[in-house]
Design a protein around this ligand. Structure first.
Ligand code: AMP
Length: 188
């Protein structure tokens, strides 16, 4: 089973992706984590990405796919992709990449969260994790990018009938159960 998890920043995508990876034996591929690892490695390539991430902007599609190319999409029980696709070009290109290796996306989990709640949750995370890209200005940049570039991706998958709409407001366990119920009743 191959899944994508989408939702605004602060919706808990990473947390749910980890839980789902564990339960269904999927490989969790977070492009944000992969990019942060590249930066932490101290490579020149990583250093060239740091400013973009710190500003809360997206890396180029070229950079994104150079990172994703190395990710283990074709292993075990499948993958859960977290943080990609962020725009329509990425969604279409991902389809092509998967087709070449005879894979497809089964379901897209959409964790929905109101704008104000995204901001509040990310400000809280900023206090706890001290991530350089979690301050009010970059949070707003990232949410604006989500609205403009990533929302069309949701429609792209809605047209394919693949989207599971999940309320991202309750606690972690409630959300997880909701996703599992919908996955277990929906994926053949
Ligand atoms: P995330 O942890 O998914 O919020 O990603 C952190 C940062 O990594 C984002 O703000 C972007 O700068 C970059 N990033 C992650 N995934 C992508 C992607 N699919 N396309 C472009 N940039 C990305």
């Amino acid at each position: 089973m191959n899944l994508i998890i989408l939702g605004p920043q602060g919706s808990g995508k990473g947390t749910q992706a980890k839980l789902l990876a564990e339960k269904y034996g999927l490989t969790h591929i977070s492009t944000g984590d992969l990019l942060r690892q590249e930066i932490a490695s101290g490579s020149d390539f990583g250093q060239s990405l740091k400013e973009t991430l710190d500003r809360g902007e997206l890396v180029s599609d070229e950079v994104l796919f150079s990172i994703l190319e190395k990710a283990p999409l074709n292993t075990g029980n499948g993958f859960i992709l977290d943080g990609t696709p962020r725009n329509l070009y990425q969604a279409e290109n991902l389809e092509k990449i998967l087709q070449k290796i005879n894979l497809h996306v089964d379901k897209v989990i959409l964790l929905d969260l109101p704008y104000e709640e995204s901001i509040q949750r990310m400000l809280k995370r900023a206090e706890i994790e001290h991530r350089a890209d979690d301050n009010l200005e970059t949070i707003k940049t990232r949410l604006a990018i989500y609205d403009q570039d990533t929302k069309p991706v949701i429609d792209f998958y809605r047209q394919q009938g693949k989207v599971l709409e999940i309320d991202g407001r309750p606690d972690i366990d409630t959300i997880f159960k909701d996703i599992c119920n919908k996955l277990d009743s929906g994926v053949k």
